[in-house]
Design a protein around this ligand. Structure first.
Ligand SMILES: *Cc1c(COP(=O)(O)O)cnc(C)c1O
Length: 366
């Protein structure tokens, strides 16, 4: 049987049916109905965050919070990372802002805070760092830089659902954090996403902007889009949230097995546990040094494929090497360029068995 890089977590059929039954009675399908509200309360509680707005997907959640902060009106530049999913940079660009790429740290692949300040100009309005693979950015250093220069910080926390730093939900850092609830993520609502934010004054705007900017029956005062999460997706979220702790724990067991098998192998670099961080085991990323390992990342990817195992070159290419961002200086982010050529994310999901992990490791080590 094929092993794919991810397999969506799903509740039992009966669980889901029970959750959507009331929708067939009240005919309230979307527009922030009772199921939406129920999920919203549960997630605020689970993530330990303050203000929270849910969306049809993570991408539009990020685009919308950038708009709500008025950054679009300010124009200018946003410092971000080239080592991310393309959504992060599209959300900046589609707001009429210019992404400025900052290199990453070679150990945890997050934005390198030592390199941010050199990129700040009088046009810079914000920093958009990414908690890559659930590994958190240096939130303290980033806050210090942002404060000093008067910049907004919006985290792409798409990978960081449930992650805590010093016991504090990761969504509490920066001015806002975007979570993705896409089918492939640690927690899913089929498609879905949300933003947590610290400024209460954004609340109304976030609510209205995902519904065309409609403020009241007779008043539209902002140019919004349509990005509401519907009741059926919210119901999926309620069901999946019931199993989330188990789901993260079993991801953790699979990750531990990978560590056991691949740790200490020459030419293979694994992600290290971060200090004071409660992890979510969102991804298992392995970095291959072709000189030491004897095979390149692409060789390993192909060998796995022959064995019906589908790993993913994630993130490759780096964003500033993609056709639509190509002129934006990849040579200025050498670490990201190199890591994107060496990194492979291995299959990881909650029902991945020890036997599956062993089968994958056998192919890699062969
Ligand atoms: C998944 C993802 C997104 C986009 O989220 P969607 O819910 O798929 O729209 C953005 N950034 C990163 C890093 C992601 O992995």
């Amino acid at each position: 049987m094929s092993i794919f890089v991810t397999r969506s977590s799903m509740p039992s059929y009966e669980d889901y049916i029970k959750e959507i039954k009331p929708i067939f009675e009240n005919h309230h399908l979307t527009n922030m109905g009772p199921v939406y509200k129920k999920l919203q309360h549960s997630l605020i509680d689970y993530l330990g965050v303050r203000y929270f707005s849910m969306f049809v997907n993570g991408h539009l959640a990020l685009e919308t919070v950038i708009q709500a902060m008025g950054l679009k009106e300010k124009g200018g530049e946003v410092i971000t990372t080239p080592f991310t999913f393309v959504s992060t940079v599209h959300a900046i660009t589609r707001n009429g802002l210019k992404p400025v790429f900052c290199d990453i740290r070679p150990d945890d692949y997050t934005i390198d805070p030592e390199k941010i300040e050199a990129l700040i100009t009088e046009k810079t309005v914000a920093i958009v760092p990414v908690h890559v693979y659930g590994a958190i950015c240096d939130v303290e250093k980033i806050e210090e830089i942002a404060k000093k220069h008067g910049l907004k910080v919006i985290y792409d926390a798409a990978h960081a659902f449930g992650v805590k730093y010093k016991g504090n939900g990761i969504g509490n850092y920066g001015d806002a954090s975007m979570f993705s609830f896409h089918a492939t993520k640690v927690f899913n609502t089929i498609e879905g996403g949300a933003v947590s934010f610290s400024d209460e004054s954004l609340r109304e705007s976030m609510h209205n902007l995902k519904n065309f900017g409609i403020k009241s029956e007779d008043c539209v005062d902002e140019i919004g889009g349509n990005a509401k999460m519907d009741e059926f997706r919210a119901a999926m979220g309620i069901c999946n949230l019931r199993n989330i702790d188990e789901c993260i724990a079993s991801r953790g067991r699979a990750a531990a097995r990978y560590d056991e098998r691949l740790g200490g192998v020459k030419g293979i670099k694994l992600m290290k546990a971060q200090k004071d961080v409660t992890p979510n085991y969102a991804y298992y990323a392995v970095c291959f040094d072709p000189d030491e390992f004897g095979k390149s990342r692409d060789d390993v990817y192909e060998e796995l494929k022959k064995a019906d195992i589908f790993a993913r070159k994630y993130f490759y290419p780096a964003i500033n090497e993609m056709d639509c961002y190509k002129n934006d200086n990849p040579e200025e982010t050498p670490v990201a360029a190199e890591i994107s050529r060496r990194i492979l994310t291995l299959p990881l999901y909650s029902d991945l068995t020890t036997e599956d992990v062993d089968k994958i490791c056998d192919v890699i080590l062969k």
